[in-house]
Design a binder for this molecule. Structure first.
Ligand code: HEM
Length: 401
C-alpha cells in the first residue's frame, strides 16, 4: 500500500476533505511533504504544535527548491499587509500588538453587540420569509458578519461590493496558489485594501466616533502605541478575519444542520442546546482548516523531528475529526456532543483567535433565531463550495422556509 500524500488538488477534496484527512492521520500523521512543508493531522499533535514555542514569521524559513519554484511561479509576492499584523509576528511584537488590540476588543464591547446582531438576523430572516426562501449565504451568512465588523470598526461603507471583492481576493493569500495572474490580483487587492484602510483611519482621526477604529487610533498599552503601518495591518486583519471566517461558520453550520434532520429536530426540541450546537458546527466543518508555523530549531512532534526553518502546517480540520480524541463517532454531527468545545477551530496557544467570542455570539444568535423562526427549514437545491482549501466554505445554500 502506498502512503497517502496530502493533495488538496485531488478531485473531490474541496467538497469533502475529511476522508483524505483520515487517511493521513492513519498512515502518515506528521507528513514530510515533497512541496516543502510538514503536515500535522492528529488532535494531540496539532494542539502540541500550536502551543509550542514556534515562529509565525515567514523570514525564518530556509530555502526549499520545490516550494521556492512554486512561489516564483506565483509571482514571488508576499501579501497580508506586509506581514505586520499580529498573526504574522512573533514576540515581543506579537505580545505588544495583541495587547494593544485586546485593550479595545473587549468582552464587554462584544457583549454589547447582541441587540444589534439580533436585529440584523431578524431583518435577514424577514427577507427570507418574504421571498419564500432563497440563498442562506446571501441572505444571512455573509451580510451578518460583514455588517457587524463594519459597524464595530466604524468603516465608511461607501463601496461595500468593492470591499467584499477585495477581502475575497486577499484571503486567497492563505491558500496554496500556483497562478501568477491570480497572485498579481491578490497583491493589488492587498495594496488597495491597505490604502482604503489608511484613508478611513485619516478620516477617523479628523472625525472620531464611538467605534473600534477610533479606539485603536487612541490605544496605548504599557507605553506603546501602534505605528501608522501597524495600525493599518491590525485593522485589515480584524476586518478580514471578522467576516471571511464567520461566514463559513454560518453557511457550513447550516449545511451540517439541514443535512442531519434528526439533529435539527433535537435542536428544535431543546433550543437551549444552541450554544453547544454552534461548537459542534465549528468542530464538524472547520471554517478555518489550518494554521501555519515555522520551526526555529528541530521540533519533536508525534515522534518525528521536524527540521529547523520549516513550515509546519497544523490541520485544524483533521484534528477536529480525529477518532483517537473524539471516539468512534468523530465523523457524526451531534448537537449534544458533550466535549464539542474542545475543537481547535479557533487555534490554540499564543495566536488563539481574538474574535472567538464575537464569532460564537453571531453563530448562537443566528441559529437560535433561524431554528425558532423556520421550524420546517430545508435544503432546496445543491450546495456549492468555494473551492478553497483553508477558508473552506459553502458559497450557496438554497433553502425553503
Ligand atoms: C486568529 C479562526 C472569527 C480575529 C485566528 C486563528 C484561527 C481563527 C484558527 C489562529 C490562526 C493561527 O494560529 O495562526 C477563526 C474562526 C472564526 C474567527 C474559525 C469564526 C468562526 C474571528 C473574528 C475576528 C477574528 C470575528 C475579529 C473580529 C482574529 C485575530 C486573530 C485570529 C485578530 C489573530 C490572533 C493572533 O495572532 O494573536 N482566528 N476566527 N477572528 N482571529 Fe479569528
Amino acid at each position: 500500500m502506498t502512503t497517502a500524500l496530502f493533495n488538496p488538488f485531488a478531485p473531490g477534496f474541496a467538497e469533502d476533505p475529511y476522508p483524505h484527512y483520515r487517511e493521513l492521520r492513519d498512515q502518515d500523521p506528521v507528513q514530510d511533504h515533497p512541496m516543502g512543508f510538514w503536515l500535522v493531522s492528529r488532535h494531540s499533535d496539532v494542539t502540541a504544535l500550536l502551543r509550542a514555542d514556534l515562529s509565525v514569521e515567514q523570514r525564518n524559513v530556509v530555502p526549499h527548491p520545490v516550494r521556492d519554484a512554486m512561489r516564483e511561479a506565483a509571482g514571488g509576492v508576499d501579501f497580508r499587509a506586509g506581514g505586520m499584523s499580529m498573526l504574522d509576528r512573533d514576540p515581543p511584537d506579537h505580545t505588544r500588538l495583541r495587547g494593544l488590540v485586546q485593550k479595545v476588543f473587549t468582552p464587554r464591547a462584544i457583549g454589547a453587540l447582541e441587540p444589534r446582531i439580533t436585529e440584523l438576523v431578524d431583518t435577514a430572516l424577514d427577507g427570507l420569509a418574504a421571498d419564500g426562501g432563497g440563498d442562506l449565504v446571501e441572505a444571512l451568512a455573509f451580510p451578518l458578519p460583514f455588517t457587524v465588523i463594519n459597524d464595530m470598526l466604524g468603516m465608511p461603507l461607501t463601496d461595500a461590493p468593492r470591499l467584499r471583492e477585495l477581502t475575497g481576493l486577499l484571503v486567497r493569500s492563505l491558500e496554496p496558489m500556483a497562478d501568477p495572474e491570480l497572485a498579481k490580483r491578490v497583491g493589488e487587492a492587498d495594496r488597495e485594501l491597505c490604502e482604503l484602510t489608511a484613508e478611513a483611519i485619516e478620516h477617523k482621526r479628523a472625525h472620531p466616533g464611538d467605534d473600534l477604529l477610533t479606539a485603536l487610533i487612541r490605544a496605548e498599552h504599557g507605553g506603546w502605541v501602534l505605528s501608522p503601518d501597524e495600525l493599518v495591518a491590525q485593522v485589515v486583519l480584524l476586518y478580514v478575519a471578522g467576516h471571511e471566517t464567520t461566514v463559513n461558520l454560518i453557511s457550513n453550520g447550516a449545511v451540517a444542520l439541514l443535512r442531519h434532520p434528526a439533529q435539527h429536530a433535537a435542536l428544535k426540541a431543546d433550543p437551549g442546546l444552541v450554544g453547544n450546537a454552534v461548537e459542534e458546527m465549528l468542530r464538524y466543518d472547520s471554517p478555518v482548516q489550518s494554521s501555519r508555523r515555522v520551526t526555529l530549531r528541530p521540533a519533536e512532534v508525534g515522534g518525528r523531528e521536524i527540521p529547523a526553518g520549516t513550515f509546519a502546517i497544523a490541520s485544524l480540520a483533521s484534528a477536529n475529526r480525529d477518532e483517537r480524541f473524539w471516539g468512534p463517532d468523530a465523523d457524526e454531527f451531534r448537537v449534544d456532543r458533550p466535549n464539542a468545545r474542545h475543537h481547535v477551530s479557533f487555534g490554540a496557544g499564543p495566536h488563539h483567535c481574538l474574535g472567538a467570542a464575537l464569532a460564537r455570539l453571531e453563530g448562537r444568535v443566528a441559529f437560535d433565531r433561524l431554528v425558532r423562526r423556520f421550524p420546517d427549514l430545508a435544503l432546496a437545491g445543491d450546495v456549492t463550495w468555494n473551492g478553497r482549501i483553508n477558508l473552506r466554505g459553502a458559497t450557496s445554500v438554497p433553502v425553503s422556509p
